[in-house]
Ligand binder design. Sequence first.
Ligand code: G3P
Ligand code: CA
Length: 265
Amino acid sequence: PATVRHVASQRPLLAVSHRGAAGHAPENTLAGLDAARRLGAETVEIDVQRTKDGELVLLHDVTLTRTTDAEKVFPGRSSYLVADFTLAEIRRLDAGSWFSSAYAGERVPTLSEALRRLESLDLNLFLEIKEPARHPGIERDIARELRARSIWLKHNRPWEPRRLIVQSFDWEVVRSSKLILPSVPHALLGRVPESRVPDFTWAHMINPNHATIDAAYVDLLHEHGFEIMPYTVNTRAAMDTVLFKGVDGFITDYPDAGQRAIRDF
Ligand code: G3P
Ligand code: CA
C-alpha cells in the first residue's frame, strides 16, 4: 500500500460499476443499473448527454450507432449524432439487442428515470458529463435535474458517504458545474499533469486511465488532498496493481470482481 494516506483515503475502497455494469448488461441502461445492484455494487458510473430537444439521456458515444439500432429504425439519416435526435426518436430505439438478445427492447433512459431507479436501488452515483462541447450549457441542465431530486445534494460532506460525484474529461465544464453545485464533490477525468495538480483545489477527485499512473502519482494526489479512482480496471491483475499503488477505488465493468479484489487486498 502507498505510504501517504490522507483522511479521505481512510474510507472504504470503492469498486465503481462502469456505465451501469458494462461487463454484464448493456451500458447506460436501467437494466445495467439493476445488474450493478444485483452484483453487489454500491456506486455506479453513467454518461449523460442531451437530445436535440434538450432532454438529458444516458449515452456514452456521440453517435447512436454502436449501442442502438438507430441505422435500422432511421435509415439514410445524414447524421446519427445524439444531439441531432429528439427524445421521442431516441425512445424508439433498441439499446439492448447489440449486447445480447436477452436485453432486446431495452430503451435509452433519461437522466430523470435513471436517478429514480438509482434512488430505489439505493445506489450512489458517478455522473459523467459526456462530450459537453457538443451540448453547451449541459452542466446547468444536469444541475437543475439534480436540484429537483434533492436527495442527490445531501450527504456530500467529506465524512459522509460518497453519494454523488460529478465528473468530466472537460475540466472547464467540471469547474462550471462545481460553481453551480458547490456542495457536490467533483472529479477531473484524465491525468492532470503533476505541475497542474495544485491548480485544482476546488476539485475533490482526479480519475485517470489506470495505465497512466504509478504510486508516486497517487501519493502526489493524496498529498494535495485528492482522492483517485482510475478507470477502467477490468482484470484481477490490473485491480491488484492499482490497489497496491494506493488508489481510493477504481471504476470497473465488473463490480463483482472488483469487490472481490478489494476484499482480498
Ligand atoms: O468514469 C470514467 C470513465 O467512464 C471514462 O471513460 O470512455 O468509459 O466514459 P469512458
Ligand atoms: Ca464514462
